[in-house]
Design a protein around this ligand. Structure first.
Ligand code: 5U1
Length: 675
C-alpha cells in the first residue's frame, strides 16, 4: 500500500514533535510532556514507518539504534584539525597567557574571554549535512579519527536533525561541531556495580567508561550506556559565514537553539581577573556537578582576534585550559608488599584501603624505594594522605597519625625475594634491593617476557599478562626462546583459548621473527639499554654476533653509551645463560634488519628534543629516524638543545624552548623538510 499525503504529513509531524520533546528533555532539561506521552508518540511513528518503509528517514528519531554491528572502525578525516590545549596550573600561568595574547594583538585593554568547563570525557567531531547528522568521529590523532557514527546516533542528546532556531540564522549546508562525550559520575558507578555483579570488566574512571562505550562495534551496547554530550566549538563551517556570529559565546548559544547540547556554565567575562573569579566559582561548585571536570577553558571570544593569534604546533594561541590541582584523599595502609621488577629490583608498594580520589578508586600507591619508606616512615595501619594527578601513579605524600596511639612496628626491607624466596642483595652504593635469580625467579621471568613481547620490543600482539602467567605456571615457557617453541595444542589448554585464537597467536609469534636489529637488542632487556641505546648499538654493529663480541672501549666510543651501560652490556654478553639464550633464539631463523645510515645535514651532530605526540608517526619511530639522521636525541630542553620537534600537546618543553630561543619544528615542517 502506498502512503497517503495524510500519512506523509503525520510522519513529519510526529518526527518534529519527538525531536522537540527529546531536545526539551535531554538538552534543556525542561520536559513538557510525560514520559508515557513521549513513548506513545514514538510508538505511533514506529508503526507508520513499519507500514510505509519509504517514509523512514535516516535521521528519524526511531533510527538511533538502527544500525547493525560494524565489522571495524573506518577512518574519517576531520574538516579541520582537532587542536589540543595549552595548560595553565596557576594564576601566574594565566596572567602570562593574557599578557602574551595582548602583546600579540598589540592591545592594552581587557579582552573578552569565553569561559567553559573542561570535561574529562572523550573528544568527538560531528558532521551535519543540510542540518542532518551525517557522520561522527573520535579525535584520533587530531587529523584523522575513527568513524563512530553508528554509536553517536544512540545518544539521546545528539540531534539527528538540527532544529530551526527561533532566530533567523539559517543552518549552514555543512557544519562540523566538536564536543566531549561523557558519563555522569553516578551513572558510572551503577555501570561498574552491574558489571562487577555479572563478572564483567570494571572501568577505572568515567572517561574510560565513556571511551569504551563509544568504541563498540555493536551500537546496542553503546545505546545501553548513559552517554551524554556537550558541544564546545566548531570545525570547518566558515566563521565568516554571515549566518554564524562573530564570537564563540554567541555561536554556542546559536548551537543550543539548533538543538545541540551546550554546557549551561558557559559564560563571557571581561579581563583576566574575571577569568580567575570564574575558576574560583567553578572550583566551589565542582563537587556538585553531575559529571567530572578537570579544569576550565578560556577562549579569546572574538573570532577575528582568534584568527590573528593563530596557533603553535597543534594548540591555538587564543585558548588555554586552567587545570585543577592534584586531588588528595585520606586512607589507611592495609599492608606494605614488595614487587619484583624485570631486572630483579624490589619496589615497596602500599596496599591501601580503597579510597575515591577525584572519581577514581585508589587501592595502592608505589613507595618507589626504601629511602622513600624511611622518609615517610610509613607503616602498616597508618593513616596516609594520597595524591592523585591525572593518570600518574598515586603517591603517598605524608603519614597522618594524629589520632593513633599505637603504631605497628617500623617497615623493614625484606630479606628474601617475595616471588622465589632467594636471598636479596643490595646494589653497591645504592638503596635498591635486588633478587639475583633472574630467569629462575617467576616474577622476574614474567616481567622479562612482558618486556620482550611489548609493543616497542618484539611487538607480539595477544600475549597479555594473564596468558604469560599461565604459560609460566604450567612450565610451558622458561625463557623468551620458549615462546617460539609453543604450538597450538599448548595454547588450547589455557583458559580462554580456542583453536582459532591459538592459531592467531602462534602466527603473531612467528611474524615477530622478522623485525629490526634495534628492536631485538632492546627486547633482550639488558640493563641500561633502552630504545635509544639499542638503536645506537644497531647502528654500530650490523648483527647480534658482532655485538656479542664487542669490547668496552668500542662501546664507550658510541654516541649515548657511557661506562655504566658499557659494563652492563659486557656483563650481559659474558653470561653463559645469555649467550645460550641468544644462540637458541637465533636458531629459530630471525630476520633482523639493521638500521639505514642516512645522516641529514640539519640533524647530524645536533641535540634534538621531542615533545608532544604526532599524527604521522609514533615518538619512538621519530626518535629512531632522528638518530638515523645523525641527531642526538635527549629528553629535556637545555642550553645545549639545538632543535625542538613539537607535536600535539607539547607541554612545558615548548615554553622552555621559546624562552631559550631554540628553533622549533612542527610535525608538518619536519615532514616537509625530510621530503
Ligand atoms: N570546553 C572546552 N573543552 N575544550 C577542549 N572547549 C574546548 N576547546 C578545545 C578542547 C581541546 O579545543 C579548542 C580550543 C581548539
Amino acid at each position: 500500500m502506498k502512503p497517503s499525503s495524510e500519512d506523509k504529513l503525520r510522519v513529519k509531524e510526529l518526527t518534529a514533535l519527538i525531536q522537540i520533546h527529546s531536545y526539551r528533555y535531554h538538552v534543556l532539561d525542561e520536559p513538557e510532556i510525560k514520559d508515557s506521552e513521549y513513548d506513545r508518540l514514538f510508538q505511533k511513528l514506529l508503526l507508520l514507518e513499519e507500514k510505509f518503509p519509504e517514509l523512514l528517514a535516516i535521521s528519524s528519531p526511531t533510527q538511533r539504534v538502527g544500525s547493525k554491528p560494524a565489522s571495524g572502525f573506518k577512518k574519517i578525516t576531520h574538516g579541520s584539525p582537532m587542536l589540543s590545549l595549552e595548560n595553565a596550573f596557576s594564576v601566574k600561568d594565566l596572567k602570562d597567557f593574557d599578557r602574551r595574547v595582548k602583546e600579540r594583538l598589540t592591545n592594552t585593554e581587557s579582552l573578552d574571554y569565553c569561559c567553559e568547563l573542561k570535561l574529562d570525557g572523550v573528544a568527538v567531531n560531528l558532521f551535519y549535512k543540510k542540518g542532518k547528522l551525517d557522520k561522527a568521529a573520535t579525535r584520533g590523532d587530531g587529523s584523522v579519527g575513527e568513524d563512530i557514527t553508528h554509536n553517536i546516533k544512540t545518544l539521546p542528546s545528539v540531534p539527528l536533525e538540527l532544529l530551526k532556531g527561533s532566530n533567523n540564522k539559517g543552518i549552514p549546508n555543512s557544519l562540523e561541531v566538536r564536543g566531549e562525550v561523557f558519563i555522569e559520575s553516578s551513572k558510572f558507578e551503577s555501570i561498574n556495580k552491574t558489571s562487577k555483579e555479572s563478572g564483567k570488566k570494571i572501568f577505572a574512571n568515567p572517561r574510560n567508561a565513556a571511551a569504551g562505550s563509544l568504541r563498540q562495534l555493536d551500537p546496542k551496547i553503546t545505546a545501553s550506556r548513559p552517554l551524554k554530550l556537550f558541544i564546545h566549538g566548531y570545525g570547518s563551517a566558515d566563521s565568516t559565514d554571515k549566518n554564524i556570529p562573530d564570537n564563540q559565546y554567541e555561536v554556542l548559544q546559536l548551537f543550543q537553539s539548533w538543538g545541540l547540547p551546550v554546557n549551561p556554565e558557559t559564560k563571557v567575562v571581561r579581563g583576566i581577573d574575571e577569568c580567575i573569579n570564574y575558576f574560583l566559582n567553578i572550583e566551589g561548585i565542582r563537587k556538585k556537578l553531575a559529571y567530572e571536570i578537570d579544569g576550565v577553558v578560556y577562549k579569546v571570544n572574538r573570532f577575528n582576534l582568534q584568527k590573528k593569534l593563530g596557533q603553535v604546533a597543534r594548540a591555538p594561541r587564543w585558548a588555554i585550559a586552567r587545570k585543577f590541582p592534584a586531588e588528595t584523599g585520606k586512607t589507611v595502609v592495609n599492608s606494605i608488599s614488595f614487587q619484583v621488577g624485570r631486572l630483579g629490583s624490589i619496589t615497596p608498594v602500599a596496599d591501601l584501603k580503597p579510597v575515591k580520589i577525584g572519581g577514581v578508586t585508589i587501592s595502592n600507591a608505589s613507595l618507589h624505594n626504601f629511602d622513600e619508606v624511611n622518609r615517610l616512615d610509613v607503616r602498616k595501619g597508618d593513616s596516609v594522605i594520597v595524591k592523585r594527578a591525572g593518570d600518574v601513579i598515586p603517591q603517598i605524600t605524608k603519614v597522618d597519625n594524629r589520632n593513633r596511639i599505637k603504631r605497628s612496628s617500623k617497615t623493614k626491607p625484606p630479606k628474601e625475594c617475595p616471588s622465589c624466596g632467594s636471598k636479596l642483595a643490595r646494589d653497591e652504593g645504592a638503596i635498591a634491593l635486588r633478587c639475583l635469580e633472574t630467569q629462575s625467579c617467576p616474577a622476574q621471568l614474567l616481567e622479562m617476557i612482558k618486556h620482550f613481547v611489548s609493543r616497542n620490543a618484539m611487538n607480539i600482539e595477544g600475549l597479555g599478562e594473564k596468558i604469560l602467567q599461565q604459560l609460566i605456571e604450567k612450565e610451558l615457557i622458561k625463557d623468551f626462546a620458549g615462546l617460539y617453541e609453543l604450538q597450538e595444542r599448548d595454547l588450547i589448554q589455557l583458559e580462554g583459548f580456542a583453536f582459532k585464537s591459538a592459531s592467531n597467536l602462534i602466527n603473531s609469534i612467528e611474524g615477530s621473527k622478522d623485525t629490526s636489529l634495534q628492536r631485538f637488542i632492546y627486547a633482550l632487556g639488558i640493563r641500561e639499554v633502552g630504545e635509544t641505546t639499542a638503536l645506537n648499538l644497531a647502528l654500530n654493529y650490523s648483527d647480534v654476533e658482532s655485538l656479542m663480541e664487542s669490547n668496552r672501549e668500542d662501546l664507550i666510543e658510541i654516541n649515548d653509551i657511557g661506562p655504566v651501560a658499557a659494563d652492563f652490556i659486557i656483563e650481559y654478553f659474558s653470561n653463559e645463560n645469555s649467550v645460550d639464550l641468544i644462540t637458541k633464539l637465533l636458531s629459530f631463523g630471525f630476520k633482523l634488519s639493521p638500521p639505514k645510515k642516512d645522516t641529514h645535514p640539519i640533524f647530524s651532530g645536533k641535540t634534538v628534543v621531542i615533545t608532544g605526540s604526532f599524527s604521522s608517526f609514533s615518538r619512538n619511530r621519530l626518535k629512531e629516524e632522528l638518530i638515523n639522521k645523525g641527531a642526538k636525541v635527549t629528553s629535556s630542553v637545555s642550553m645545549k638543545t639545538n632543535l625542538l620537534i613539537s607535536g600535539e600537546k607539547p607541554g612545558s618543553k615548548l615554553t622552555k624552548a621559546s624562552e631559550l630561543g631554540i628553533s622549533v619544528l612542527t610535525e608538518q615542517e619536519l615532514i616537509d623538510l625530510l621530503n
